[in-house]
Design a protein around this ligand. Sequence first.
Ligand code: IPD
Ligand code: CA
Ligand code: CA
Ligand code: CA
Length: 261
Amino acid sequence: MDEQAIIRVDQTVRKWLHADYDLMQKMMHKDLEVSEKTGPRDLVTNVDKASERFLIEKIRTFDPDAKILGEEGFGDCLTSMDGNVWIVDPLDGTMNFVKQRDHFAIMIALYQDGKGVLGYIFDVMNDVLYAGGPAVGVYANDERLTAPNNIPLSEGLFGASGPLVIGNISGMQEIIRHSRGMRIYGSAGIEFIHAFLGKTVGYSSFLKPWDFAAGRILAETLGLVVTKIDGSPLDMLSSNLVLVTTGKAQQDIRTIVNENV
Ligand code: IPD
Ligand code: CA
Ligand code: CA
Ligand code: CA
């Protein structure tokens, strides 16, 4: 896709996201229909479903030959990253949404033959859309973001998910001890944003493709490193123990992980 085509796609996706934002704003102040997926810590609401239906319908009309992966199952079953692949998390941070009506995001990613083209993380309650990709740079609404400082682990806060810390997976408690402190926000999208802005030196969690697809494109465009916790490449078709960090912190964490295998 040439740069002009990417800019046209970008303008279209921004319109969908703003319309989806309006839909969410209307629905979130009414009674939510909440149901459990695998248990009481894994919820889905009528807003997750409405958002996914809305976005997938827009993508299908716009790009009928593409494959679409959506968390709530309204898309396709994905077996390869060939061609155009759209990955949608219609509401990231559902537990925050249900309990706080805050700290949640809408995420969309477009990959072409496995390469990240455009990524979007919409921080709904702050009304800030983080958007872009390698051809266009990364923007927070209209402001172009610059790469965060390449600081080591010892100089930053580290975002980790609760289960990783509690289970001390891959030496997570040691990683945190080497940092300035731990933060847990309950939304992968919001955690990625903190890494883009240099508010944290990195983030790690077990994530599904829709949790990291957009964040990965934006983070890599900003010079951050996104891998599995052991430094190996991510698999876009399955769950991964994802690590997003500055280059320096990636080295620091690799040393700790190797000592804890
Ligand atoms: C969840 C959030 C959470 C992360 C979970 C995800 P969801 O996404 O991003 O922070 O720890 O692994 O499943 O289900 O609210 O879209
Ligand atoms: Ca979910
Ligand atoms: Ca998610
Ligand atoms: Ca979700």
